[in-house]
Design a protein around this ligand. Structure first.
Ligand SMILES: *Cc1c(COP(=O)(O)O)cnc(C)c1O
Length: 476
């Protein structure tokens, strides 16, 4: 296919995408297909002969689209958002067209230097410490794994990188600490980095689901007594279940006292720190060694784009650098080669979409949108509280409301409440009009409504509340 084919189909596709954006509310938010349904419509073997784009595009619409859950639907309230925006999408088109690899400076100087600059912009927007340097990773899971690897190499004097765990010197059990509410990526990262699941301590939380620093210190002391080596603490600014905020300052002080690597996982909530009135959520980050948040969750930048900051890039680079002859260049001493700042060699040009987004909205535009989501969540929580048939299950600090159906007058047993709330969730999601997910808080089945899609307005939240009330109305 030639550029003129691209021009022809490109125009057609752009028109289709713009229509899709305008009509997105006519699609069910949660795909309503059954397991295997899409697979059964796909030929078992690839075509021997070329097929036309028209034919492939038709199948995209007929077969693929019904199996898509619409994360860009303004009534997507599930999990956490993975929002996007027009400027981000436009930049992604250019990124795909360039098809550049951003492994070293020479493989695309502009990519390296733009990445350096936009990460400085983000650092300023969040008022992170000035000595933090940033790099874009694919996901927070990868960023946290990088932090764990840095922590491991710091405490072993780069010994595991050099000799492996069973190398020259015996390394006692290294331990990672996070709260019981921490994201699964920490345990996964700990497994991959060689700490093992049994090298992870999950610390008790308080009534608001935030890590108890005194329990953390107890666990560290206990490990030291047992001959283990405390290595790293991962605190959450915004846990996944309820967006609980671990006390960073206290945790950071403990990390300083025991000389542990301190990583802050603010994957979703971090974006809110661009608001003056919410910057306090990361107070204490000045004590951290590394920090991650995802512009691909709540900063209108298409997946994937995870912002990872590290206080000591030298240490990060020493952990990850490789230097084979075929990648050496004359300017290596003068430039940033981001292949040495993480796991991948080949890297997408992700800085471009972030640059487009920050410039097209301006910092104030981004603050306005995020502030509005937070305001809508507070309003939704108020509706819940004022209705005697529902209860709020966790503090609402930002854009997530955890709640459940529980009519006070009826005094229903827990098992019945679980049944009813499951039914409510299934009814709502089955309607295709909105999509919520659930969690368990203190063992209680809890619904989560997270407001973060780019185009979610008050009307969408109002409609959600009405749907919730109507669906639960049939329980009476
Ligand atoms: C979403 C989330 C993650 C995982 O993010 P990915 O970018 O999908 O790896 C980790 N931690 C927290 C707190 C999250 O909200």
């Amino acid at each position: 296919m030639k550029p003129h084919d691209f021009r022809e189909y490109g125009h057609q596709f752009v028109d289709w995408i713009a229509d899709f954006m305008e009509n997105i509310e006519s699609y069910p938010v949660l795909s309503q297909v059954q397991p295997g349904e899409i697979l059964s419509r796909l030929p078992a073997s690839p075509p021997d002969k070329p097929e036309t784009i028209d034919r492939i595009f038709k199948d995209f619409k007929d077969i693929i689209l019904p199996g898509i859950t619409h994360w860009q639907h303004p009534s997507f309230f599930a999990y956490f958002p993975a929002n996007g925006s027009v400027p981000s999408l436009l930049a992604e088109m250019l990124t795909s067209a360039l098809g550049a690899q951003c492994m070293v400076w020479q493989t695309s100087p502009a990519a390296a230097e733009l990445e350096e600059r936009v990460m400085e912009w983000l650092r300023k927007m969040l008022k992170l410490p000035e000595d933090f340097a940033g790099v874009i990773q694919d996901t927070a899971s990868t960023a946290t794994l990088c932090a764990l690897l840095c922590a491991r190499e710091k405490i072993t004097g780069f010994g595991v990188n050099e000799s492996g765990f069973g190398g020259d010197k015996v390394i006692n059990r290294l331990v990672v600490y996070a709260s019981k509410e921490a994201h699964s990526s920490i345990e996964k990262g700990a497994k991959i980095a060689g700490f093992g699941k049994s090298g992870v301590r999950l610390i008790e939380v308080d009534a608001d689901f935030a890590m108890l620093p005194e329990k953390l210190e107890e666990a560290i002391v206990e490990d030291q007594k047992a001959g283990n080596v405390p290595c790293c603490v991962v605190a959450a600014t915004g846990t996944t279940s309820s967006l609980a905020l671990d006390p960073l300052k206290k945790i950071g002080e403990i990390c300083r006292k025991y000389d542990l690597w301190f990583h802050v996982d603010a994957a979703m909530a971090g974006s809110a720190a661009i608001l003056k009135e919410k910057r306090h959520i990361i107070d204490g980050v000045e004590l951290a060694d590394s920090f991650v948040f995802n512009p691909h969750k709540w900063l209108f930048t298409n997946f994937d784009c995870s912002a990872f900051f590290c206080r000591s890039p030298k240490h990060l680079i020493r952990t990850f650098s490789i230097n084979p002859e075929y990648l050496k260049t004359d300017v290596d001493m003068k430039v940033k080669n981001y292949r040495d700042w993480g796991i991948q060699l080949g890297r997408r040009f992700r800085a471009l979409k972030l640059w487009f987004v920050i410039r097209a909205y301006g910092v104030e535009g981004l603050q306005g949108k995020i502030g509005n989501h937070i305001k809508l969540a507070a309003e939704f929580a108020r509706w819940i509280e004022e209705d005697g048939r529902f209860e709020v299950m966790a503090p609402v600090s930002l854009n997530l409301v955890c709640f459940r159906y529980n009519p006070k007058v009826q005094n229903l047993p827990e098992t019945r409440l679980e049944e009813l709330n499951k039914q409510l969730l299934d009814d709502l999601n089955g309607s295709g009009k909105l999509f919520l997910t659930h969690t368990r808080l203190n063992g209680k089945f809890t619904l989560r409504l997270c407001i973060g899609q780019t185009n979610t307005s008050r009307a969408h939240v109002q409609n959600a509340w009405e749907a919730i009330r109507n669906s639960s109305g049939s329980f009476l």
